[in-house]
Ligand binder design. Sequence first.
Ligand code: SF4
Length: 406
Amino acid sequence: MSASSLPLLNPPGPAPRDPRPGLSGVAPAELERWFVDRDRPAYRARQVADAIWGGRAASVSEISTVPAAVRAEIEAAFRFDTVADTELRPADAGLTEKALHRLSDGALVESVLMHYPARGGQRERHTLCISSQAGCAVGCPFCATGELGFTRDLETAEIVDQVRHAARRLAADERRLTNVVFMGMGEPLLNLDRVLEAVDALNDPARFGLGARHITVSTSGVVPGMRRLTALGPQFTLAVSLHAARDALRDVLVPLNRRWPIAEVVEAARAHARATGRRVSYEVTLIAGVNDTEPDARAMADLLRGDHAHVNLIPMNPVAHTPWTASPMDVIERFAATLRSAGIATTVRRNRGQEIGAACGQLAAERAGEPPAAAVARRRDRLVEESATALRGERSRAAVPAGVGE
Ligand code: SF4
């Protein structure tokens, strides 16, 4: 649990975990080996895979292409589905839909499906924002997930099954998922092995078949993970949650900045852009009077000038238990103008689904209940004090969040 999280919102291990791996997280070669090891023909693995990825079955018992005895063996060894939708909340006149998923041990994670109608020659898009961890150790104070603290890493299938669920809902309306972004609960690069396996499953034409360029992996700046991604050279988009161009302020807004400061993060992002030829996307949540001033905009322009980069400016989602509010739109537009005048491609994003708590972690936090009032008051006071110190230009002396590590 990070230093800035509130205690007991999402205590780890609410129930024992189902030890059976999820089928959607098993690589095709592994599944084939499983059948061959049991003296079953390898083509059975392909029949099972077809049922999973073709969307024709909703459970192992519905895989009609394999005999009942084999189905029983599969059921004993694997789970067909690793997430259960406990709640679906639509918003924005149906353009946004948030799903709250319960995992086998009772941990809650969220995904958000956003529909973008066709416009100006652009086809309609359906983008799903998914979670890679239950809770998050990074503890960004403007984020509801950061408040929850860290519960655990998601398994590969638990990541992929969020996508399968959304794809099933879309297919019912004869629509297809076009984009997946790892920007839900958790820091993807702190669960990188599972995230890479999930990306593989989503990208593989024989499985989900989503083009790599339609997949975005975000990070709050885990530099070793960024370097590892660059070395692997995949073609998906890297998004960096920057939020501030000055270390003193970023120490507060993104606490792992105390471990990997801005210069290291941006250098790792530049190396990624050079190696892959792909533009890095920087996400900047703007908070009124905290990181939205003209000096902040100029510092960001100086930092990113000349980079192969794109900046997304996002007004802070209203999150309980912070002393902060979103920057007004005219301030955000001024910030954008400063970046654009430095030649930096910049987009102002509107908040989606505020009335359903679309920022990651808000539904799970709501389910977890209100933390003790005294803890909330202490947190608010600390954030006010820390941001005031940062605005004076002093670096944080607080510890690096536990669990962030190397
Ligand atoms: S913004 Fe992302 S990295 Fe920061 S606490 Fe929330 S989920 Fe974690």
